[in-house]
Design a protein around this ligand. Sequence first.
Ligand code: CMP
Length: 149
Amino acid sequence: MAERTFVMVKPDGVGRRLIADIIGRFEKRGLKLVGLKMQVMTEALAGEHYAEHAERPFFPDLISFITSGPTVQMVWEGNEAVSVVRAMNGATNSLEAAQGTIRGDFGLSMQNNVVHASDSVDTAKREIALYFNENEVLDYGMPDEQWLS
Ligand code: CMP
């Protein structure tokens, strides 16, 4: 099966009407959308998602920001999906993100950095399972897949 990664449009990305731009970039690159939903995250879910940062000084602000409005959860599939998506998102700090990346084109902030994506295949499995039931991640074919790997 092709590699899968988890991507989330954060409340700033939703609030700035960037959902379609973000989805369009991944689609045009040749990745396949296999899971999609939106929700206002609870503090409990946000705490679980960002558990590795629980002791960091920015953690309270991060939880308050990520629960402040709607977020969009997605699963994207494709050749080397984890590293391809991370490269397309750009550096975590939008101020340092290269032009042409999502954060470099749409952001100016470390915290409000428009998108989140898994940093490894193992993290992707954990994050996908946190937001999606197995039957919510679809397995389907695309006519042009032969050109993309
Ligand atoms: P994300 O990729 O979602 O993973 C953790 C998030 O914490 C990160 O994007 C940033 O939004 C935020 N973050 C990471 N480091 C800092 C920091 N030093 N100050 C504030 N926010 C941070």
